[in-house]
Design a protein around this ligand. Structure first.
Ligand code: AMP
Ligand code: MG
Length: 353
């Protein structure tokens, strides 16, 4: 059995304070640094995870020391610079505060502090409260985790660090760090580790984890039959049978590419596949905003369209979830209408059976 890390964190803010010429320039720079540090942290955890470093949550999803430490790190960095901004995060520290959580807790504190004190690199600023000598106490880091409680064909093994900035329920900044994703999709055995970033109105860029050069992403034009589906590995997360039906309606002959995590959004934005679908499985699951907010902006800024299966934009203003689950249809702008049509035929047809 393989283990997957899924790290997701969102931030909600009511105002932004950027004074430079480009909107959200500071948030972008800070977010990139936080996600980059979290990617390094989670890669090291992923590569040498030991048995007692994983908890199974109520919904049976695994959570590792990497998930907690990344949330602590990102929360500390955001709070240092934007103390008034509420944060919506996936994890909470309740189990870590208990006596049984001691071993896990100590490891998380060590990992988060390692990431916080690692030297400043290009783009970092000393006043962000990172760099040598900037370690935090256990209490500070557990509180940082709990700041996230705000209520308002091929198989790839992947995980992602997600960060987004919502202003009045609109995604303004989206960042997805994918430590295990090949930088160049045509070289799957080549260098791994990329960060995708988009600020609304400023396009979508890919940056390699090992460097700082940015590639502007633009989705190519697809025709319906030339599409390749990107979808969840877990059939419980997205109905594989519904996507099969949609595939036949669209005349898609290529097998779907199944990949874990929000890395699918980054892949779509850079032109892998042309289509990402997340179809409800009927278990009443509510999609979490932190899973979709950054990816939706990445795809839109790369020239694609993201809606639910009704054709409506995803609503990030309903609290921690997207509300009732109408799925996600993310595709290039040339094919989105045809895909939506096929989705509606397939789900309508299913309802009649
Ligand atoms: P993926 O790898 O694309 O399947 O996405 C993983 C994400 O699916 C996790 O981060 C969870 O937030 C989310 N998830 C967990 N259970 C479900 C479910 N029953 N339906 C849809 N998504 C889920
Ligand atoms: Mg998780």
């Amino acid at each position: 059995m393989h283990h997957r890390l899924r790290l997701i964190l969102g931030v909600v803010t009511r105002s932004h304070t950027t004074m430079s010429t480009r909107p959200f320039a500071l948030e972008r720079q800070l977010g990139l640094s936080a996600v980059r540090r979290a990617c390094v942290l989670t890669s090291s955890v992923f590569n040498k995870l030991v048995k007692n470093e994983t908890l199974t949550k109520g919904d049976k999803s695994p959570v590792t020391v990497g998930d907690y430490a990344a949330q602590a790190l990102i929360s500390v960095m955001l709070t240092n610079s934007f103390p008034a901004d509420p944060i919506v995060g996936e994890e909470d520290a309740a189990e870590l505060r208990a006596e049984e959580g001691k071993v896990l807790r100590e490891r998380i504190i060590e990992l988060a502090n390692e990431a916080l004190v690692s030297p400043l690199v290009e783009g970092d600023k000393a006043e962000w409260g990172i760099g040598p000598g900037q370690g935090k106490t256990t209490a500070e880091l557990l509180d940082a985790i709990d700041r996230g409680n705000y209520d308002g064909g091929r198989t790839w093994k992947d995980f992602a660090v997600c960060l987004s900035l919502l202003v009045d329920a609109q995604v303004q900044l989206g960042i997805i760090g994918c430590p295990n994703l090949p930088v160049d999709p045509s070289k799957p055995e080549g260098e791994r580790g990329c960060i995708f970033v988009a600020v609304r109105g400023q396009g979508c860029q890919q940056i390699s984890l090992s460097g700082y050069s940015e590639t502007q992403l633009r989705m190519p034009a697809f025709t319906p039959s030339s599409l390749t589906f990107l979808e969840s590995v877990e059939a419980l997360h997205s109905s594989h049978s519904t996507t099969d039906t949609i595939s036949s309606i669209l005349g898609i002959t290529r097998p779907p590419v199944r990949m874990d995590s929000q890395a699918k959004y980054g892949c779509l934005a850079r032109g892998d596949g042309g289509l990402y679908l997340r179809m409800p499985t009927g278990v009443g699951y509510r999609e979490k905003i932190w899973d979709h907010a950054p990816g939706a902006l990445l795809v839109e800024e790369a020239g694609g369209i993201v809606t639910d299966s009704r054709g409506l934009p995803l609503d990030f203003g309903l609290g921690r979830t997207l509300g009732e689950n109408f799925g996600v249809v993310a595709a290039g702008k040339e094919v989105h209408a045809a895909v939506l049509d096929a989705v509606q035929q397939a789900t309508g047809a299913k309802a009649k059976v």
